[in-house]
Design a protein around this ligand. Structure first.
Ligand code: BG6
Length: 459
């Protein structure tokens, strides 16, 4: 298979850090035989300088493979709002594809701000650059964030649906390309020890944690308009939650999974929120010194359906925290204790670690050896680090490969995006107080009041 990658927004960080390294790995793993890479953006810049930076994000690059990228990479300056520029891009693509003897499968990656999505989509459609024939395909990939609220996401979706077919459209959420997120459905639907217990009769609560120890990493301008809720909860966290909570799909493939995720997202009702802002945040470059943007959010929500009625779901997501940990904790209900001595003080947990230290742990109870009726917790731990012979591929590599294969399971459909924005809009429509917290801490001190109020414990 050969592919022409058209990277719109090529001067941004994503192209250098993730997309070009992912294309390199696709070539190295022979997932594609030949590529043409055309970087597109407004600025005047040489492709060599983009490649030079991108190379630093590939560990131990193989020179032969890197050279394949170097000799087939180009740059095209383009004003997103000028139709003529797209026509020129189209002519250039035709010439380069002929020169490199490529069949014209085109992957357009929109790594731009979402406010340009409509215009770029319409111009790609009008100028027929993203046309499909019986011999080749054209697919469009939209980077997150997909809009800024429900209204803007709807506007982009309606523009896309007027210009392209949904099976050409891939809305990225890079967490869906992570190994352990992919494992959620496998773990649940291939193990009889889990699936019958995955409901309100056996689970007491579910927690999704998205703790980050980093700050803004130079993204003050973007982050101050978005904040934790729009930056990671609307997408990564709610997608993880939807995968955990969905009903069993007919098959673990694109349409069926997306149907079930959409149904869950539609049923979410938020019941409590705690927002926080890290103390150093307002001093970050390009952040308003009086900003009220949240860098932390804790949420209690319910999923109003037969499987989950009465089971609280807790979300915690923030930056500048004491650790990096993305994980899911399923807490089982206590069992009637028959012991005459001390009973276990806690219950069973299934913890899925998404990032770092990918794997999962089942916390059970077992007898203390040599002591009658004394129990201790017994951890059953499956860690991907121990599978040394296999290293997990980067999420963007997985996702680009899926686009090339034409498989949409790991991408978000229009209705899912809109339901998720509704959840965020419902939180934003109320004026929640934003509590300060020191960098390097677990979050605002009010978190312990939240625990007391809801009779829960953060993990
Ligand atoms: C991005 C957010 O989507 O995900 C960032 O915009 C966040 O703010 C990042 O840091 C986390 O992704 P990862 O893969 O580094 O855990």
């Amino acid at each position: 298979m050969d592919v022409t990658f058209v990277l719109l927004g090529a001067t941004g960080d994503l192209t250098k850090r993730k997309l070009i390294p992912a294309i390199y790995h696709l070539l190295a793993n022979k997932a594609v035989d030949k590529v043409l890479l055309v970087g597109v953006a407004r600025r005047k810049i040489a492709i060599q300088s983009i490649l030079k930076e991108a190379k630093t994000f590939i560990s131990k690059p193989n020179n032969n493979i890197w050279q394949k990228i170097v000799v087939s990479s180009y740059y095209q300056q383009l004003d997103f709002y000028d139709e003529e520029h797209y026509a020129a891009l189209g002519r250039r693509l035709e010439n380069l594809e002929a020169k490199h003897e490529l069949s014209g499968n085109r992957l357009f990656y929109l790594a731009t701000l979402p406010q340009h999505f409509d215009t770029i989509t319409l111009n790609l459609s009008k100028t027929k650059i993203a046309r499909q024939t019986s011999q080749n395909w054209s697919r469009l990939v939209y980077e997150k964030p997909f809009g800024n609220d429900l209204a803007s996401a709807r506007k982009i979706n309606s523009c896309i649906s007027r210009a392209f077919r949904e099976d050409q459209v891939y809305r990225i959420d890079h967490y869906l390309g992570k190994e352990l997120v992919g494992n959620i459905a496998i773990l649940r639907f291939t193990n009889r020890v889990f699936e019958p217990l995955w409901n309100r009769h056996h689970l007491e609560s579910v927690q999704v944690t998205f703790d980050e120890d980093i700050g803004l990493a130079g993204r003050g301008n973007f982050y101050d308009k978005y904040g934790a809720l729009k930056d990671v909860v609307q997408n990564h966290v709610l997608q993880i939650l939807a995968l955990i909570a969905m009903e069993s799909p007919q098959k673990l493939t694109g349409k069926f999974i997306r149907d079930e995720k959409a149904k869950v997202l539609k049923k979410i009702k938020v019941s409590d929120v705690l927002l926080g802002q890290a103390k150093p945040y307002r001093k970050e470059p390009k952040v308003n010194p009086k900003s009220h943007t949240e860098t932390f959010s804790a949420i209690k929500l319910n999923i109003n359906n037969n499987r989950w009625r009465g089971v609280p779901f807790y979300i915690r997501a923030g930056k500048y925290l004491h650790r990096k940990e993305v994980s899911i904790h399923l807490k089982f209900k206590p069992i009637h204790c028959l012991l005459t001595t001390t009973c276990p003080s806690d219950t069973n947990y299934l913890t899925i670690r998404v990032n770092p230290n990918e794997g999962f742990t089942l916390e059970l109870f077992a007898k203390v050896p040599g002591q009658a009726n004394h129990v201790q917790s017994a951890l059953m731990d499956h860690s991907h680090d121990r599978l040394r012979q296999i290293s997990s591929p980067e999420a963007y590599q997985v996702l680009l490969h899926e686009v090339i294969l034409g498989n949409q399971s790991l991408f978000v459909r229009d209705d899912e995006i809109e339901h998720a924005w509704k959840v965020i809009d419902s939180i934003k429509s109320r004026n929640w107080k934003v509590f300060p917290y020191p960098a390097g801490s677990p979050g605002p001190k009010e978190l312990s009041l939240f625990e007391k109020k809801h009779k829960m414990r953060w993990r």
